[in-house]
Design a protein around this ligand. Structure first.
Ligand code: RI2
Length: 290
């Protein structure tokens, strides 16, 4: 949890796996065992985000394709670098395309902390459009506070609110755009993102406010929505033992599913596309995940 945002998590994991291969002792077979074990361990840290799997897969493939340990180490490092480059290029294009969606004076609501969304908002603001942003705190891990700090540091007017105020903001504050990130987009176009996103999307639909999710193509998978596992985390994030009465259980699912009919479009590096078009465009050149 020291690294936030699916893109940053993927890049860090690919780099960590490459480092693991580079420092592992032994011959090619030992490196293959090390990369498989390392990838499994890293994948288990964040089971919902498919981007993590897409980040690790090229490093694993590089080691299995290598003819000897030296090439395996070199190519593992290179594969992690290629993924990081792909992320950077996608983020830049998404920032450009997303900023074009926001007219001067746009009033934007966001949820949680997405580096892609922060980049979009910064691009719009630096293009001279006077946007204003409302951001949910995003309980229980307070990632919305990271977003509000980043926006304030960029000079963008920002207001922080509790997650449950999102519907009130949409009905009372003339919000005209909802912009969120993505952890995974399933084969039917469903969005998996930080818990609370689905309620924001439902409110946006009720209010007729467009709901866009910034999702680079490495967030997409052909898997059906039903097979995406929703990560459940430590109850202490919600209420530490001293803060809850004896006998009180805690349920802490950290992502939720927004059905595709509530997503106006995905902002991908291949364009701003309605859900199924985005799925087709993303899966057209997605590597097979081992
Ligand atoms: P970027 C975050 O979750 C949020 O759910 C956010 O919308 C998503 O990652 C995408 O982030 P977490 O993985 O890739 O930090 O746009 O728990 O940065």
């Amino acid at each position: 949890m020291r690294i936030r945002g699916a893109a940053a998590i993927g890049c860090s994991a690919a780099q960590a796996l490459a480092d693991h291969v580079v420092t592992a002792a032994g011959g090619l077979e030992a490196l293959r065992q090390a990369v498989v074990a390392g990838a499994e361990r890293l994948r288990a840290t964040r089971p919902t985000a498919v981007s993590l799997r897409h980040a690790l897969a090229p490093v694993v493939a590089a080691v299995f394709a290598a003819p000897d340990p030296e090439v395996a180490r070199r190519d593992a490092r290179e594969a992690a670098g290629v993924f990081a480059g792909r992320v950077r290029a996608a983020q830049e294009e998404i920032a450009r395309l997303g900023a074009d969606l926001l007219p001067a004076g746009a009033r934007v609501l966001t949820h949680c902390h997405s580096t892609a969304v922060v980049d979009i908002l910064a691009a719009a603001y630096h293009a001279g459009r006077c946007i204003e942003v409302w951001t949910d705190e995003t309980r229980p891990f307070w990632q919305g506070r990271i977003t509000s700090r980043a926006l304030a540091e960029a000079g963008i007017p920002v207001t922080l609110m509790v997650d449950s105020a999102a519907h009130s903001a949409l009905t009372r504050l003339d919000i005209d755009h909802v912009l969120v990130g993505a952890d995974t987009v399933a084969g039917d176009g469903s969005l998996f993102n930080k818990v609370g996103t689905a309620a924001v999307a439902l409110s946006a639909q009720e209010c007729g406010v467009p709901f866009h999710a910034a999702a680079a193509t490495y967030k997409f998978t052909s898997e059906p929505a039903g097979s995406i596992r929703i990560e459940e985390r430590d109850p202490d994030e919600v209420a530490a033992p001293g803060e809850r009465a004896a006998g009180v259980r805690v349920w802490n699912p950290v992502f939720d599913r927004t059905p595709p009919d509530r997503v106006t479009a995905y902002i991908t590096e291949k364009g701003v596309l309605p859900p199924m078009e985005a799925v087709r465009a993303a899966l057209a050149d997605l590597e097979v995940t081992p």
